[in-house]
Design a protein around this ligand. Structure first.
Ligand code: SAM
Ligand code: SF4
Ligand code: SF4
Length: 347
């Protein structure tokens, strides 16, 4: 039986398909130590990268099945040539309520306005440190000033719709929690602290380097007074808190307090592989389906069927390993299957 086109499928854990993250490139202009710490990477072949029409066609399928939020990610999405043209195609899809972008910010001064005009509604910029020397140590590039200029541009272009993401790592940047929060507050943007995750690509991960949500909250409480959880609970990954002075911030605790039970996210790589979990070892090759001439109905049926079979609880399974937990994949495994990398499947 094929699915009626507008039916939003739920998976085996009753999680609806609601958000779709589209990675538009696996290339990046930074080398964050928690994401791309290696010297060499295997890049996706150019001929495998989806055209904008192919990406929009696949996105339309997900939207017919109930997705209303799209997020553009990478790699560094602003490295994809003519990205605003894709945004225009996506914004035209009937049923898309929101198009967001996750970026390291470096190229926002150059491309931000065109992306906003094309239809990007919200932007999240990654910022892990405010110290120039540390930025070089964490990202391998001397680009703090460019990142900060990108954040300023984002605030101008998307007032009230900018967030900052900071991955917290012990002894690398965990002494900057207060400074990062003050920086965000001064610009009226919401900061989310992200626990360091043992995803593919995080080859230097160890439990000792993780600063847990509990510890992050305790440290902020020492400085600002106890954070109080915000009342709302939705399908977003961040738990939000309010400090006594009114500052709101988020914590994404994928490592120590995973939230797979509410995960409504699907991820597409730049070469058209669809993953139902950040930790999934295998995905569905939608590029081949599209290039072999699948009809819309066939695409819809393929995606709906796979989502209904979904049982992924990757972060919860990793959490259950406790002391046995280490990097998800060894270097040679990543070289054999580059799709395991976080910079391939997007964050
Ligand atoms: N290049 C863009 C950026 O950095 O914002 C978009 C892609 S990046 C893969 C998306 C998000 O994944 C970033 O916020 C990054 O901090 C996060 N990320 C990557 N590796 C991570 C890890 N090991 N643990 C936690 N977050 C990670
Ligand atoms: Fe690049 Fe983003 Fe990964 Fe950093 S986190 S290396 S900016 S893809
Ligand atoms: Fe969703 Fe997988 Fe992340 Fe859990 S680990 S929240 S199932 S993507």
């Amino acid at each position: 039986m094929t699915d009626p086109p507008s039916a939003r499928p739920s998976d085996r854990l009753a999680r609806p398909l609601r958000s779709f993250r589209i990675s538009v490139t696996d290339r990046c202009n930074l080398r964050c130590s928690y994401c791309m710490p290696e010297e060499h990477y295997t890049w996706l072949p150019r001929s495998d990268i989806l055209t904008f029409d192919e990406t929009a066609r696949i996105a339309s399928c997900f939207v017919r099945l109930g997705v209303d939020k799209l997020r553009i990610t990478g790699g560094e999405p602003l490295l994809r040539q003519d990205l605003p043209e894709l945004i225009v195609l996506l914004a035209r899809i009937h049923g898309v309520r929101d198009i967001a972008l996750t970026t390291n910010g470096v190229l926002l001064p150059r491309f931000g306005a065109a992306l906003r005009d094309a239809g990007v509604r919200r932007v999240t910029v990654s910022l892990d440190t405010l110290r120039a020397d540390r930025f070089v140590a964490l990202t391998g590039r001397d680009q703090l000033a460019a990142t900060l200029a990108g954040i300023d541009r984002a605030v101008e272009l998307w007032p009230g719709a900018v967030k900052l993401n900071a991955v917290v790592m012990r002894d690398r940047n965990d002494d900057e929690l207060v400074d990062l929060l003050r920086f965000a507050r001064a610009r009226g943007v919401e900061l989310r602290f992200i626990e360091y995750m043992d995803v593919g690509g995080a080859t230097a991960w160890s439990g000792a380097t993780v600063v847990s949500r509990r510890e992050i909250l305790a440290r902020l409480a020492e400085r600002f007074g106890a954070p109080v959880p915000c009342a709302e609970r939705d399908w977003a990954p961040a738990d939000r808190f309010r400090l006594p002075d009114g500052t709101v911030f988020g914590v994404i605790s994928s490592t120590t307090e995973p939230f797979c039970r509410t995960c409504d996210r699907a991820r597409l790589t730049a070469d058209g592989m669809w993953y139902t979990c950040l930790y999934a070892k295998s995905g569905v090759d939608l590029r081949s389906a599209v290039r072999c001439g699948a009809t819309d109905a066939e695409l819809d049926a393929l995606v709906a069927r796979r989502w209904r079979e979904r049982t992924d609880r990757g972060a919860e399974e990793r959490h259950a390993l406790r002391e046995a937990r280490g990097p998800l994949a060894a270097r040679d495994e990543l070289a054999d299957d580059p799709h395991l990398e976080m910079h391939k499947r997007g964050g």
